[in-house]
Ligand binder design. Structure first.
Ligand code: ASP
Length: 376
């Protein structure tokens, strides 16, 4: 691996960009932060383990990392391993952010997005706005292997899946339908009316999705996704991201998850990265490819994730998406593993975790963060 920038140069540039959040504990001046409130802490440095086989995932992926590691230890390809891992979550009706049981679009229809990327072949496949198929990651893999394309969407993606023998199934569980119905009835247009005894409560919104906006501010959508990346014993990398996306989205809305370079990127010479959280912010900052490029330039995975998130916060000019102090009113988490086995993750807001399987242990680790969440 060639490092065009020395590690020291990289650390200096991230420290300047992140106001000290990425590369040290010193707090930045307001000038350095361009009017955005000061990061109040770095958080515990994510466990950059190093060496051997590693699987990382968003926090909802503990079963996925365990399964993927089992397959890696069995000598299977890292892409087979991560897809088998996330299939568990895609098929789990209790995870309302992924696959079967995911929260639907504004019409009450579940639409799924997913992509996969394989390091050794530098190939990728993706599907977006796919309806009625429980495991979009498997369809994404077929797009990679059985078409000349990278991304297939909507009706075309469904027809492609059916051509490969996937069966159409209803993805909206009764529980997800009721959550959607409460959202629909809580909207103020007066056409849909909640039964008098069931007042929509804020807990309806905060109980779903792993990436709720920190401060609702009337913001009524929830996020959630699984990203999973693996490094095998031969130092080959692969990754997958799969989601039902933003809840109650406009039909056809596509987030970062199926976009190669945004929700996932793998460079077999450098590392792999993925994201969860507000997809629009990840797309606008080319999230995963930027993290991989920062690692190429000498950053550790944790530094790279923080560097990208600070750039995202600096680019977040829309008043609708800013708190009074200028910080983002949403969260994004970035996850990364480097070719040498170092891994890390970071969130805009403190308190996040990510799943890791390495060195015989499957566990949750703390994410680093840009800003301390108010009230802990
Ligand atoms: N990133 C996903 C999207 O924007 C949702 C999430 O991860 O919470 O569709």
């Amino acid at each position: 691996m060639q490092d065009p920038l020395s590690r020291r140069t990289f650390l200096r540039s991230v420290a300047a960009a992140a106001g000290g959040a990425a590369a040290g504990h010193a707090l930045a001046s307001a000038d350095e932060l361009g009017g955005v409130a000061q990061p109040s802490g770095q958080g515990q440095a994510a466990a950059d383990g190093g060496g051997g086989q590693v699987v990382i995932s968003s926090a909802n992926g503990l079963q996925a990392t365990a399964k993927a590691m089992e397959l890696l230890e069995d000598g299977q390809d890292p892409l087979d391993a991560v897809i088998a891992g996330v299939n568990i979550v895609e098929l789990d009706p209790t995870d309302h952010s992924v696959g079967y049981g995911g929260l639907p679009n504004e019409d009450g229809i579940v639409e799924l997005d997913s992509c996969v990327m394989h390091g050794p072949t530098h190939n990728a496949g993706a599907v977006a706005a796919l309806r009625n198929i429980k495991t979009p990651s498997r369809v994404a893999r077929l797009v990679m292997e059985r078409t000349d394309h990278v991304l297939v969407v909507g009706q075309g993606a469904l027809r492609f899946a059916k051509a490969h023998g996937f069966e159409e199934e209803e993805l909206l569980t009764d529980e997800a339908r009721k959550i959607w119905l409460r959202w629909k009835e809580a909207r103020a247009n007066g056409d849909w009316i909640a039964p008098a005894q069931t007042k929509p409560s804020p807990s309806t919104q905060s109980s779903v999705g792993s990436d709720m906006p920190l401060h609702p501010l009337g913001y009524e959508f929830t996020y959630g996704t699984i990203n999973c990346c693996a490094l095998d014993a031969a130092s080959n990398l692969a990754g997958v991201t799969t989601t039902s996306g933003l809840s109650y989205k406009i039909p056809g809305r596509v987030g970062d998850s199926p976009i190669i370079g945004a929700g996932l990127y793998v460079d077999n010479e450098v590392g792999a990265a993925g994201s969860t959280g507000r997809g629009e912010a990840v797309i606008l900052n080319c999230g995963s490819v930027s993290v991989v490029e920062m690692m190429r330039n000498g950053a550790t995975p944790t530094e790279a994730c923080l560097g990208l998130l600070k750039r995202m916060a600096d680019h977040n000019h829309d008043p609708r998406l800013r708190l009074k102090d200028g910080t983002p009113n949403f969260d994004v988490k970035m996850y990364a593993v480097r070719k040498d086995g170092l891994h890390g993750a970071a969130a805009i807001w403190s308190g996040a975790k990510y799943a890791v399987s390495s060195q015989g242990k499957n566990r949750l680790e703390e994410c680093a963060f840009l800003y301390e969440r108010p009230n802990g």
